[in-house]
Design a protein around this ligand. Structure first.
Ligand code: SF4
Length: 468
């Protein structure tokens, strides 16, 4: 059987989609190739959030065509994911060596289309059409990549987004919000736990909107939903997302639950309270703020104010004082003035983020922000990015130092990716801890004493490690 190599660009959702495609192909008898040089199929799972990510994937495909394809003409080359969705046939027009273009609602068709290409029934395939219930098809997992058992897994709970932030291309590449049902998600989580997974991250572009759309037609809370009136009352009390968290929390053998990404607009008190009520829901929140200026938040169509965001942080810290809080911030959004940027700096100081992913605004074709006046010059964007990065590093550095000398619980995931001689675990507040461990520690919940810090890393003392 042929072998496949998938290269992924972009976010965790893309990582998860690639994993599901890989698992689907493995189930059909494919092997996973260690590199593109030896693979029979090379797929690039693409990202459209920034122009640089698109150019990188196009450049990579040009190299594959010039290098791999030239030496082995039988190799199949394909694009999938967000850029495949937004550019479709034009990718093949531009790069005739490409055989397959698979949109964001078509991942589950990868094996079928590759069969057709291998059998020579079709020469090229482009499929970027919408497909009903495609959100429920991303469910296969590769849990033993490289021969080792995975301790953590991502579970996709929904696809798409209806928020239409003015800078974002996701609603156009991923489509309308579509949620899987709670029983379906719980069944997938149970299966993962039965296969040895101990921590699950629930994934979606806007998880706080989970189950809010398409409720009556395609979404049902349980296999036997209560009568409509009861259902309505229940929904007023708790959002579908919190009900999903509660259902996943019930799974025996599951130790930890995380989720990403929520939206501040939908971050209700029921979700804050879930952090107090559900011990498996760890003290970690990644909440994208994007800007500290109300004026810019409005231009971005984010749907909340600085005050509302700070209110959520305050409530979260009230229920879980040790909460690790991270965020996404865009610098240089059109019209962002020095005063607006100062507001972002002051918000970062006020919150005291444990980390922040800082993005330089990138114009995306067909998004409203691309046509806005007062585009910020690139050199100003670069300078603001550098200033904010410096501040975040300083704030986070202090936060990490506070852990020195303290004990913390970690879940051991395996050897460190950057230094295979050490093992890596994660605290409940989502900080990486490196320690001198061995394979027997994999999957263990254990306490370590923090001895020092590195860049966004803690180091634990193996001498006082206590195995559960
Ligand atoms: S909430 Fe905004 S930034 Fe997030 S995916 Fe939806 S449109 Fe994009």
């Amino acid at each position: 059987m042929p072998s496949v190599f998938i290269k992924t660009y972009g976010c965790q959702m893309n990582e998860r989609d690639s994993e599901a495609v890989a698992a689907q192909l493995v189930a059909k008898g494919y092997t996973l190739a260690p590199s593109e040089r030896v693979a029979d199929v090379v797929l690039l799972n693409t990202c459209s959030v920034r122009d640089a990510a698109e150019q990188k994937a196009i450049g990579k495909m040009q190299n594959l065509a010039a290098d791999v394809r030239k030496n082995r003409p039988e190799v199949i080359l394909g694009f999938m994911g967000c850029m495949a969705q937004s550019r479709g046939q034009s990718l093949i027009d531009k790069l005739p060596d490409v055989d397959l273009v698979l949109g964001t609602q078509k991942f589950h068709r990868a094996a079928e289309y590759l069969d057709e290409l291998f059998a020579g029934r079709r020469d090229k395939i482009v499929d970027v059409t919408e497909e009903e219930a495609s959100e429920a098809k991303i469910r296969e997992h590769v849990l033993n990549g490289g021969g080792a058992q995975a301790v953590t897994a991502f579970v996709s709970i929904m696809q798409g987004c209806n928020q239409y932030c003015t800078f974002c291309i996701v609603p156009y590449t991923r489509g309308e919000e579509r949620s899987r049902t709670i029983p379906d998600i719980v069944a997938e989580c149970r299966e993962l736990v039965a296969r040895g997974v101990r921590e699950i991250t629930l994934l979606g572009q806007i998880v706080t909107s989970y189950g809010k759309r398409g409720w009556s037609s395609s979404f049902s809370l349980s296999e036997n939903p209560p009568p409509p009136d009861t259902l309505k009352r229940e929904l007023q009390r708790k959002s579908p997302f919190v009900q999903l968290l509660e259902a996943v929390h019930e799974i025996d053998g599951l130790e930890r639950i995380r989720f990403t990404s929520p939206h501040p607009k939908g971050y209700g008190d029921d979700l804050v309270e879930a952090y107090a009520a559900l011990p498996k829901l760890v003290e970690s929140a990644h909440i994208p703020v994007q800007s500290g200026s109300d004026r810019v938040l409005k231009l971005m169509h984010r749907g909340y104010t600085r005050e509302r965001f700070l209110g959520i942080i305050q409530k979260l810290r009230r229920v879980q004082p040790g909460m690790g809080i991270t965020t996404d911030i865009i610098v240089g959004f059109p019209g962002e003035t020095e005063a607006d940027f100062d507001e972002t700096l002051s918000l970062a100081r006020e919150v005291g983020f444990d980390n922040a992913y800082i993005f330089k605004y990138s114009q995306r074709k067909d998004t409203p922000a691309a046509a806005m006046p007062d585009q910020v010059p690139q050199e100003v964007i670069e300078a603001r990015h550098a200033r904010l990065l410096l501040l975040i590093n300083e704030i986070a550095g202090h936060k990490y130092e506070q852990h020195i000398g303290g004990r913390t619980q970690i879940l051991v995931e395996g050897p460190s990716r950057t230094n295979a001689a050490r093992f890596m675990g994660r605290t409940r507040s989502n900080k990486i801890v490196l320690f001198d461990g061995s394979e027997r520690h994999r999957g263990q919940l254990m306490d370590v004493q923090v001895t020092r810090t590195g860049s966004f890393t803690l180091y634990g003392d193996p001498a006082i490690v206590n195995l559960d």
